[in-house]
Design a protein around this ligand. Structure first.
Ligand code: NAD
Length: 440
C-alpha cells in the first residue's frame, strides 16, 4: 500500500533522477497532527476590486488562528477577496493581486479565492465570476510543491461569516489532499461551534461501513472532534468492527445497511437522535457491461445508492435526524468521470450526486439538515492496493499533487461538513482527489 516512489523522490538520488528524467515530483503533504494542528506562517489577505466584505472578512480570517497581514514575504496562505469583481476588465485586479505573490507562497501553502454566485440576471458579472473557476483550477495545476487552490463562493448578500468553517478547513492541514475545488455557500445561518478543540462535542454520529478503510478513519476523526460515534458494518465484519469501535470508545452496530429494517434499527440505536449521518459503506463488483450479470449490477446499486436513499428518507421523516443535523454521502470521481468496467459503480455514485443536489435545499428548509457528499479520487486503501501496478501508479500520479490520498483526507472533509458551523455548506460535492485529471 505504501507509495515507495513518493519516499524515493524525497531522497537525494530520487530528487536527482526525477528532475533529470522530468518525472513527477510529489511533495510530502503535511496533514493534521496534535503537534501541528495549523499551518505555520502568515495569511495574506488581498482584495481585487471593491468588496462589500472588506470589514467583515478580517475577523473571519483571524479566527483561523493564522496571523493575518496585508503584506508578507513568505505567506503560507493567501486569501483573495474577488467578490466585487463583476466585469471582464475587473479580472485584471485578480492578476495584479496574485501575480506578485504566487511564487513566494510557502510549500504546502493554500490559495483561496473568494467569489460570489454568478448572476442569472447579469451576464457580465456571471462571466467574471465564472472566470474565477477556470483561474483557480488552472492555478491548482501549476502551483506545485504540495500547495492547493480553491474557489469559495459566497451567496449574494451573505455575510463573510458564512464562510467561517470552510475557510478554517481550507486554510488548515486538514485539507491537504483537496485542490481545485469550488464550494458554493448558501445564505443559511452558518451555526456555531462552542469549542474548536472539539467542534462535534455533544453530537452523535453514525458512520456506515466503519469497520475498516475510509469509514474507520471517518469514525476516528469524528471521535477526535468530540462526537459520540456509532460504527455500523455488516455482521460478517463484526470482529473488525468491534476492534475499531473499541479503539475509539465508540458503539458497534453490526447491521447490513440493505436490510429492510435498517433505518428502524439505526433509530433504535440512537435514542436521542442523530446529529451526523455518514453514508460511507460501498462495494464494487466490476465487469464491463457486456459481461455483467444482473446480480452484480443490483448489489452495487442497492448498497451504494438505494440503501442511502431508503435510510435517509426513513430517518429524516421519522425525525431521527435532529435539527441542525448533517448528512454526508460518499460519491466517487468514477461517478463524475466514469470508469472502464464500472458502469454499475459509476451509476451508483453519480446517483449519490443527484440525490445530494436535489435533497439538500428541501432538507434544509423542512428539517434544518444539510446534505453534502465527498467524491474521493485515488485513496490508499486495501481496495486500491489490489489494483494492478501500472493502473495503480497512473491513478496515484494523475493529479495535481502527484500522489494518492489517505483515508484521513476523506475523513477530514467529512468532519468539516459535519460541523455545527457548516450550516451554509449544503448540496456540495467536494472532490478529495488532489485535483485528479479524471473528470476534471
Ligand atoms: P472498503 O471496502 O475498505 O470498506 C467499505 C466498508 O463498507 C467495509 O467495511 C464493508 O464491510 C462495508 N460494507 C459493505 N457493504 C455493506 C453493507 N451492505 N452494510 C454495511 N456495511 C457495508 O472501502 P473503502 O475504500 O474504505 O471505501 C469507502 C467508501 O469510499 C465507499 O463508498 C467507496 O465506494 C468510496 N470510495 C473509495 C475510494 C478509494 O480509493 N478507496 C475512491 C472513491 C470512493
Amino acid at each position: 500500500m505504501a507509495d515507495r516512489y513518493l519516499h524515493f523522490t524525497g531522497t537525494a538520488p530520487g530528487r536527482f533522477l526525477s528532475r533529470g528524467l522530468g518525472l513527477p515530483r510529489p511533495a510530502p503533504l503535511r496533514r493534521w497532527t496534535l503537534e501541528t494542528p495549523s499551518l505555520d506562517g502568515p495569511l495574506l489577505h488581498l482584495t481585487a476590486g471593491d468588496s462589500a466584505h472588506s470589514d467583515t472578512l478580517g475577523p473571519v480570517l483571524a479566527a483561523t488562528g493564522l496571523k493575518v497581514t496585508a503584506r508578507a514575504e513568505r505567506p503560507v496562505a493567501v486569501v483573495l477577496d474577488a467578490t466585487g469583481v463583476s466585469t471582464a476588465a475587473g479580472l485584471a485586479d485578480v492578476h495584479a493581486a496574485l501575480h506578485p505573490v504566487v511564487r513566494s507562497l510557502a510549500g504546502g501553502g493554500r490559495v483561496v479565492v473568494l467569489g460570489t454566485t454568478p448572476s442569472p440576471e447579469d451576464h457580465h458579472q456571471a462571466a467574471a465570476q465564472q472566470a474565477l473557476e477556470g483561474f483557480v483550477r488552472s492555478l491548482g495545476k501549476e502551483i506545485g510543491r504540495g500547495a492547493t487552490a480553491q474557489l469559495v463562493r459566497l451567496a449574494p448578500g451573505a455575510d463573510a461569516a458564512s464562510a467561517g468553517s470552510t475557510l478554517r478547513f481550507l486554510l488548515s492541514p486538514r485539507s491537504a489532499y483537496v485542490s481545485g475545488q469550488v464550494v458554493q455557500l448558501s445564505a443559511d445561518e452558518p451555526g456555531e461551534v462552542a469549542d474548536w478543540a472539539a467542534p462535534l462535542y455533544g453530537r452523535t454520529a453514525l458512520v456506515t461501513g466503519a469497520a475498516r478503510g475510509i469509514g474507520a478513519s471517518v469514525a476516528s476523526v469524528l471521535a477526535r472532534d468530540g462526537a459520540r460515534v456509532v460504527c455500523l458494518d455488516v455482521p460478517q465484519a463484526q470482529e473488525e468492527l468491534g476492534r475499531t469501535a473499541d479503539r475509539l470508545g465508540a458503539t458497534a452496530l453490526p447491521l447490513d445497511i440493505t436490510a429492510p429494517d435498517a433505518a428502524e434499527l439505526i433509530a433504535a440505536a440512537v435514542p436521542d437522535g442523530l446529529d451526523v449521518l455518514v453514508h460511507n459503506a460501498g462495494i464494487t463488483r466490476d465487469r464491463r457491461l457486456a459481461n455483467m450479470p444482473a446480480d452484480r449490477w443490483a448489489s452495487v446499486i442497492d448498497v451504494n445508492l438505494d440503501s442511502v436513499l431508503r435510510t435517509t428518507d426513513a430517518l429524516l421523516t421519522s425525525g431521527a435526524v435532529n435539527r441542525g443535523g448533517r448528512i454526508v454521502a460518499t460519491a466517487s470521481i468514477a461517478g463524475i468521470a466514469g470508469n472502464n468496467g464500472q458502469t454499475n459503480y459509476a451509476a451508483s455514485k453519480a446517483g449519490i450526486i443527484g440525490l445530494v443536489r436535489s435533497l439538500a435545499p428541501r432538507a434544509a428548509a423542512e428539517h434544518g439538515v444539510t446534505v453534502n457528499a465527498v467524491a474521493p479520487g485515488f485513496i490508499e486503501t486495501k481496495m486500491t492496493a489490489a489494483v494492478p501496478l501500472l493502473i495503480r501508479e497512473a491513478g496515484r500520479r494523475m493529479n495535481s499533487l502527484s500522489q494518492g490520498g489517505l483515508p484521513v483526507d476523506v475523513a477530514e472533509t467529512i468532519a468539516w461538513f459535519a460541523q455545527p458551523a457548516s450550516g451554509a455548506v449544503n448540496g456540495q460535492i467536494v472532490r478529495v482527489c488532489g485535483q485528479s485529471l479524471l473528470g476534471a
